[in-house]
Design a protein around this ligand. Structure first.
Ligand code: FE2
Length: 247
C-alpha cells in the first residue's frame, strides 16, 4: 500500500469564518463517531468563545470535516470515528521559545493496520499557524542528537533513573537547545485556510511547535480512526467516548 507523506498541505483551502477576537480561553474536545452533531456543537463552541455567531462557523467546520475525512486513508469503517479539538487562546509568552516535538502514538491501532501512516489535520482559524519543520534528514539528526545529549538516562552506559525534577530540567534544557539549533531550519509556509496533514507516531513524523502566541488564536485539529481505535484513545486519555467536553 502506498503511504501518505509525513507532511502535506491539502489541495483545497477552506473558507474561514470572520473571527476577529477570542472572548474566552477554552478548548473543545470530542472523541466519537463522525456525525452531523459535531458541526452543531463545534459552531456553538466557536460562537461562545469568539466574536462570531453560530451560523458563520457552520460551513467551515463542515468543509474541514468533509475534506479531511475524504483525504484520510482507509475504508468507511476504518475512519468513522474521530478526535476533534478546537482551542481558543489569548496572547501569552508560553511559546516564545518553541516547543519542538514530534507527536507520538495517539491510539492502539487495529490489528493489521499498525504500519499504515496515520495523520492529524490542522486548520488555524485566527492568529499564528503551527510551526512545522520540513521532515528532512539533517533536522531529524539534530533533533535526535539533542535528545541523546539531554536525556542522559537513554544512554546505555547509564543505569540511573531520572527523578521527576531531573526529567523536567532536561526537557527544559533540550527545549532551549533545540530553539537555538533549529532557529534557521526551513519551515512549512501555511496560508490562510490551508489544512496541514502531518503524521504521528512514526520516526519521520514532522517536528513542530505551537507558534509564539502574539495574538488571539483559534485552532482546530482532527484525526480519524475506527471506533475501536478511538475508544482505545479514550482509555489512554481517560476521556469519554461520544461526549463534547468544554474545558
Ligand atoms: Fe504536537
Amino acid at each position: 500500500m502506498s503511504q501518505q507523506p509525513p507532511c502535506s498541505i491539502l489541495s483545497a483551502a477552506i473558507i474561514l469564518p470572520a473571527i476577529k477576537s477570542v472572548k474566552q480561553q477554552k478548548a473543545l474536545n470530542y472523541y466519537g463517531s463522525v456525525q452531523s452533531s459535531i458541526t452543531i456543537e463545534a459552531s456553538k463552541f466557536l460562537a461562545s468563545v469568539t466574536d462570531i455567531v453560530e451560523t458563520e462557523a457552520v460551513s467551515t467546520i463542515e468543509s474541514f470535516l468533509l475534506a479531511t475525512q475524504n483525504d484520510c486513508v482507509g475504508d468507511a469503517d476504518q475512519k468513522n470515528a474521530c478526535w476533534l479539538t478546537i482551542r481558543a487562546t489569548a496572547p501569552s509568552d508560553a511559546f516564545e521559545v518553541p516547543r519542538w516535538h514530534q507527536d507520538g502514538r495517539m491510539f492502539p491501532c487495529d490489528e493489521g493496520r499498525e504500519d499504515i501512516t496515520r495523520s492529524k489535520y490542522a486548520l488555524t482559524m485566527l492568529g499564528p499557524t503551527t510551526l512545522m519543520l520540513h521532515p528532512d534528514t539533517q533536522i531529524f539528526r539534530t533533533f535526535h542528537e539533542g535528545e541523546f545529549k539531554h536525556y542522559w538516562w537513554l544512554q546505555t552506559s547509564n543505569n540511573h533513573e531520572p527523578t521527576e525534577e531531573e526529567e523536567d530540567q532536561a526537557i527544559e534544557a533540550l527545549r532551549y537547545w533545540l530553539y537555538e539549533e533549529l532557529e534557521e531550519a526551513p519551515q512549512l509556509q501555511v496560508k490562510d485556510g490551508e489544512v496541514v496533514r502531518f503524521s504521528w507516531g512514526r520516526k519521520e513524523s514532522p517536528i513542530h511547535s505551537e507558534p509564539d502566541l502574539i495574538s488571539d488564536r483559534v485552532f482546530m485539529t482532527v484525526l480519524y480512526g475506527s471506533e475501536t481505535e478511538l475508544r482505545g484513545m479514550c482509555e489512554w486519555r481517560n476521556a469519554m467516548y461520544g461526549e463534547f467536553d468544554w474545558e
